[in-house]
Design a protein around this ligand. Sequence first.
Ligand SMILES: NC(=O)c1ccc[n+]([C@@H]2O[C@H](COP(=O)([O-])OP(=O)(O)OC[C@H]3O[C@@H](n4cnc5c(N)ncnc54)[C@H](O)[C@@H]3O)[C@@H](O)[C@H]2O)c1
Length: 546
Amino acid sequence: MRLGIVGACGRGSAFRAACDALDEIEVAAVCDTYETGLADAADRLGAKLKFTSYERMLDEANLDAVIIGTPMPLHVPQSIAALERGLNVLSEVPAGVHVEECRALTLAAERSTGIYMMAENYLYTRPIALVNELVRRGLFGKTYYAEGEYLHELKELNEKTPWRRKWQTGINGNTYPTHSLGPILQWMPGDRVVEVCCLGAGQHHRDPRGDFYENEATTVTLCKMRSGGLAKLRLDMLSDRPHAMNNHVLQGTDGAYESSRAPEEPHRVWLRALSEDPCRWTPLDELEEEYLPHSWRNASAQARAAGHGGGDYFVMADFVQAITGVKSPTVGIHEAMDMTLPGLISQDSIEQGGRPLPVPDSRDWLTEERKPPQLVMTMGKAALESPPQVSIPAGYILRRLQFGEEEAYAVLMSAAGFEGVTKHEAEARMRRVIPGGFFVVEHEATGRLVATAMAGHAPTIGRANAGVLDWVAAHPEHSGRGLGRTVVSAVMRLMVERGYTDVYLLTDDFRLPALAVYLALGWEPSFEGEGMRERWDAVRKELRPT
Ligand SMILES: NC(=O)c1ccc[n+]([C@@H]2O[C@H](COP(=O)([O-])OP(=O)(O)OC[C@H]3O[C@@H](n4cnc5c(N)ncnc54)[C@H](O)[C@@H]3O)[C@@H](O)[C@H]2O)c1
């Protein structure tokens, strides 16, 4: 396998031991814009070809794969450039620095014949791999709480690698989440972070120019998991203290793990099935003989000695196996996004005073890409000037959704055909609405929720103060009673009362009863976008009385 390494004078050179230990790999080319160091890097990595232009390396070196070891903001553009050429990519962490570029990377990875993998090496370190094996064998029961800390004082390193001053300590929130979150996600298999909130411990350190670092000394990000579990991530790249590569805690229904917090301390576990004494920890390494994964048992001394506790070797070995089709990459594009996006959203959360914010799921980006865009409607001028009266049919009560009713809301959404709205998604929505904007209709006789709509503050590009009518749904057993009209009118009146002058909604062509209500209440179609006029013509034709 002909490999090219970009960023070869920095992190890229750390892959040497791993490449030496893997027969399948030939480091064919190196690339770095730091020309002075390039010859040394080529010698160290055993490469014949040297480039200062990444694109030229991709086009001229006849490569099968690239390792991207450049500064964080280059990971996405360089990964996409390689994927578009059908090359396999092993990118350093995190996958990207903005949500939008992460989306572009996800789509590029989906389209490419090359494989994308993120080099999250901490997953493969001995204690983390061992805990992973214990989880895999069910010894922790159901895992539901975890902590991960990345405590690495790097003020001096910041000055030597100035990109860090901007991308790691120049943005508030968790700018480097993958080493702490990656292992946690492996220990909660199939789970992902759906919502984060982030707060910091204040600014206590200045750089050599006298400026405060934008990233508060310590930030804590709380991650709500889809399963209802919780993870706490602490990031600290500024406080003076000994380096702690990975402090982790894991709690399950049948076991607990606490990582070593100092070199002399052991990692320890308590596992119901293996510990006779409920009050006694077992040193983790006592379980190695029986549970250490095969990869670690069979690895050569050279591999075990590779950087980051052997992690740098195993990440490469995994990459080779993924390319040769032995198995899919441990950290493919969606796993990389699951580890990266919570950090990016934490940066928005801390900006907004710690507000809980939803974390996008990169799998949805692929589905959205395959689906045509939704229809857009805006609240017309007449409706903004005089919003419709709210009429409530007899036997029903219009009110606001209360905390504690998330489950009932999820049941209503499911009955109305919106799959996958969990109790936790309902909780997240309750925090996104404008105050008093989460309307529901209750059926008086049964007390069941039978219709809903919400009013959200939803600025988009070019529409800084826009509001949105969102998640309109009615129970099919109560259709034909005008309940959709009730909740939509309630949202429209509230929007106008709150001073919104730009209100939109997104909907689908097949929701004909809802479209009829919107048109009747003064919503106007937007024709912007390819094919929209034709789609609206088709909708109107369907709605015309025969
Ligand atoms: N997984 C880990 O354990 C781990 C450890 C250290 C660093 N990293 C990651 O590795 C990346 C690099 O970190 P570093 O400490 O080596 O930084 P660095 O600044 O020391 O090295 C980056 C190298 O990239 C080169 N470079 C910059 N722009 C380039 C371009 N356009 N084309 C080619 N080369 C270019 C620089 O000249 C430099 O030699 C970062 O994303 C960091 O997060 C990961």
